[in-house]
Design a protein. Structure first.
Length: 113
């Protein structure tokens, strides 16, 4: 019998920047690198397509993604966990749907009576 070695899957933490596809989200992962010449920190962003089986991720959610087998041409990551959900309330639905009627000015025929 041969021993199978299980390697730890790589994980990354990022923010969902697109959820328009079915069962797929785009996750932006930011990291800082030192510039070789100037020594200043440079922020780099890489966008990964990740599989979201239940379509639970929304725009702005903070998620952890883990490496998986290739699921499509560009999708080799799966959403492991949603860390922080960014619920954005629809402000139009919170306001009163029927505005108060404003008193109408009397017309010329009503004013003369």
């Amino acid at each position: 019998m041969s021993e199978q070695t299980t390697t730890e899957k790589r994980t990354k933490q990022g923010v969902v920047v697109s959820d328009k596809m079915d069962k797929t989200v785009v996750v932006a992962v930011e990291h800082l690198r030192r510039h070789r010449l100037y020594g200043r920190n440079v922020r780099r962003t890489h966008r990964f397509k990740a599989h979201d089986e239940t379509n639970e991720c929304r725009l702005g959610d903070s998620v952890i993604i883990e490496e998986s087998r290739p699921l499509s041409r560009e999708k080799t990551w799966k959403v492991q966990k949603v860390l922080r959900s960014s619920f954005v309330a629809d402000l139009d639905s919170l306001s009163d749907p029927t505005p108060e009627p404003t008193p109408a000015e009397p017309t010329a025929t009503e004013a003369s009576e």
